[in-house]
Design a binder for this molecule. Structure first.
Ligand code: SAM
Length: 265
């Protein structure tokens, strides 16, 4: 993406979706994104591995959810459509991708083309009700049946003043028993000294980075029943034989987990 950007897309402000694309080795990024991404890599060189580890978690979590019979997915903060997206991992399922970034919406629509089961919707996680009430979301997802909500590598861009617990509680109360929440979140316990450097890089980007500890992140699953092995370092979440090993030992700073809506609370 080095030529004319589509209208409405700002290229001079580092954009978190495009920085992430750069970490994953993609081409959908501009010089400002690459420069900021390199600054982040100077603070934590393992970010590239973590980004890949997060995509691998997405695949394993979606595979697990499909095995549990989930055939509806609401992927919020879906990001640029790289390989192995939810609809590719769970091909029979209905999938709604939600993002608030025009780059993601334009690219997503172009790449997905016409696919009855898959849609891309503009929405902001800070306003969950608008996502839940969106007619395109309602047309695709039957909230009377189990749904999986995916919040992967997005909650660490939602500052406390927007009420992360409230946001998740609003989704939980809209979900039928048997639904799931899958979440991944960067944590700072293992590298507290790096938190400031990373926060500074993202302060100039399209969204701020919010440093949280594992304890704070695990609390976001309150009201869900965490499935084994809980909220853990990404490669340790139900590793598939062979595929997680290269991403081990990258530091304990990116957690992932899946929680069930039981109907008890
Ligand atoms: C790091 S990417 C993660 C992409 C994908 N979920 C994954 O884990 O591979 C974060 C995405 O969240 C989106 N995002 C950030 N804040 C958002 C908000 N308030 N509402 C909706 N999307 C948001 C960004 O535009 C970006 O596409």
């Amino acid at each position: 993406m080095t030529e004319q950007p589509p209208i409405g897309i700002q290229t001079h402000i580092p954009n978190i979706a495009r920085m992430y694309d750069y970490f994953l080795g993609g081409k959908d990024n501009f010089p400002a994104d690459r420069e900021a991404a390199e600054k982040a890599l100077a603070v934590i060189p393992e970010i590239r591995h973590s980004a890949r580890s997060n995509r691998a978690f997405l695949q394993r979590a979606v595979g697990f959810l499909a095995e549990q019979g989930i055939d509806q997915f609401l992927d919020i903060g879906a990001g640029l459509p790289t390989q192995d997206n939810v609809h590719q991992v769970a091909p029979g399922a209905r999938v709604v991708y939600v993002d608030n970034d025009p780059t993601v919406l334009v690219h997503g629509r172009a790449i997905l083309g016409k696919n009855e089961r898959v849609s891309i919707v503009e929405g902001d996680l800070r306003r969950p009700k608008e996502i839940l009430d969106n007619p395109d979301v309602r047309a695709a997802i039957d909230f009377g049946r189990p749904v999986a909500v995916l919040l992967l590598a997005i909650m660490h861009f939602i500052p406390d003043e927007h009420g992360p617990e409230r946001i998740i509680a609003e989704f939980r109360s809209a979900l039928a028993p048997g639904s799931y929440l899958a979440m991944s979140h960067v944590v700072i316990d293992a590298r507290p000294e790096a938190a400031e450097g990373i926060t500074q890089v993202y302060d100039r980007a399209s969204s701020p980075f919010v440093p949280r500890t594992s304890r704070e992140v695990i609390r976001l699953f309150d009201g869900f029943e965490l499935v084994d092995p809980g909220m853990v370092n990404l490669p340790e979440w139900r590793p598939a034989p062979g595929d997680a090993v290269p991403y081990r030992n990258v530091g304990d700073y990116f957690l992932g987990g899946v929680g069930l809506v039981t109907g008890d609370g």
